[in-house]
Design a protein around this ligand. Structure first.
Ligand code: NAP
Length: 319
């Protein structure tokens, strides 16, 4: 579908120059796809000690909350390119601008980072897979953070709502993982033909943002809990399948299992509900998105982390 329009040749990116490339039909409900990118050249050399120096990443749900915090932390850790995926161009542009502003401030050093935004509904990823795969070219780290939640008991949940939650939270992550693996296979073939004796590269990594509701019961979250439990199955199966099928490309697959994290997703909880929940958490507070982002950095940079499932819930999983 979108490939019929072809991709424009990417121009040389210069500092603060925006690049627009419409690579698909602009029909938001059908999973439209558009890129906007900018680089920032730094006055310094960046942080050589950064743990993700020179890596590239894609974050679905990068406009807000946990996904945005991960993108920001990855940039601070030296990532050279970040692609943010979300449904709204406006929210993506705002997030990209905030990322640029935050990198400019860190230590007075502006690291060289390319920020790309990609508009698309991850719940309809099947409709723009080719473009997704193209955008994954040379991506080292995929973070599946896009997600929606709802609070309704099952008898009152409409079938469409069930489908939307499963498609966004689970099917989207399966299809982005598929695109990531296919792009890695193509990259392997390309790098072999370009430099047959190239030395081994660091592994690639997928990080799925699951939820404590994948493991612990709750009321009013049946499809959400099922989608998040599915992400743990995806994480586990990918870890074994990638090892068996990808030969010389190493893809690690890991998951984070957050409890309650202070993001827009939980901002409509009533005061009474917040108080009750905090009371039940051993640390008596919700987590911060930055605390989840720290875990993502660990999973991205630790070469032995595979099927590593990290819970960050203030101890709620223990009670
Ligand atoms: N906050 C918590 O307490 C908590 C706990 C456990 C797990 N989680 C999980 O953490 C992840 C991030 O959630 P959050 O708390 O950071 O919530 P959030 O602030 O509401 O962010 C959700 C993100 O997902 C994106 N998104 C939603 N539907 C999408 C779609 N169909 N296609 C593309 N992007 C989509 C949103 O982007 P646009 O709206 O701009 O498209 C936004 O960037 C979710 O998977 C959530 O289930 C959150």
């Amino acid at each position: 579908m979108a490939s019929a329009l072809g991709m424009r040749t990417r121009p040389n990116l210069s500092s603060h120059v925006l690049w627009h490339a419409v690579t698909g039909p602009f029909t938001p409900k059908a999973g439209c796809f558009r890129l906007l990118s900018s680089t920032q050249s730094g006055e310094g050399e960046g942080r050589n000690s950064a743990s993700l120096q020179g890596r590239t990443c894609m974050v679905t749900g990068g406009t807000s909350g946990i996904g945005y915090a991960i993108a920001k932390k990855f940039v601070q850790e030296g990532t050279s390119k970040v692609t943010l995926i979300g449904r709204s161009e406006e929210r993506l542009e705002t997030a990209a601008a905030q990322l640029r502003a935050s990198t400019a401030k860190s230590n007075g050093i502006t690291p060289e980072v390319e920020i790309v935004i990609q508009i698309g509904d991850i719940g309809k990823a099947g409709e723009w897979l080719r473009n997704l795969e193209k955008a994954m070219t040379d991506t080292d780290i995929l973070v599946n953070a896009a997600g929606i939640s709802h609070s309704k008991i099952l008898p009152k949940t409409e079938p469409d709502e069930v489908s939307q939650i499963l498609q966004t939270n689970l099917e989207g992550a399966i299809l982005t993982s598929r695109a990531f693996m296919r792009a890695a296979i193509r990259g392997r073939v390309r790098s072999r033909s370009e430099s047959p004796k190239s030395s081994s590269k660091p592994s690639k990594c997928i990080i799925n943002i699951s939820s404590l509701l994948a493991l612990k019961g709750g009321v009013g979250a049946v499809p959400y809990a099922a989608s998040k439990a599915g992400l743990l199955g995806l994480t586990r199966s990918l870890a074994t399948e990638a090892a068996a099928s990808m030969r010389d490309v190493i893809i690690r697959s890991n998951a984070i299992v957050p409890g309650y994290i202070e993001t827009p997703m939980i901002s409509d909880f009533s005061d009474g509900e917040v108080a009750r929940l905090k009371d039940s958490i051993p640390l008596h507070r919700f987590g911060r998105p930055e605390e989840v982002a720290d875990a993502a950095v660990f999973l991205a940079q630790n070469e032995y982390a595979n099927n590593c499932v990290l819970n960050l819930d203030g101890g709620l999983s223990a009670v």
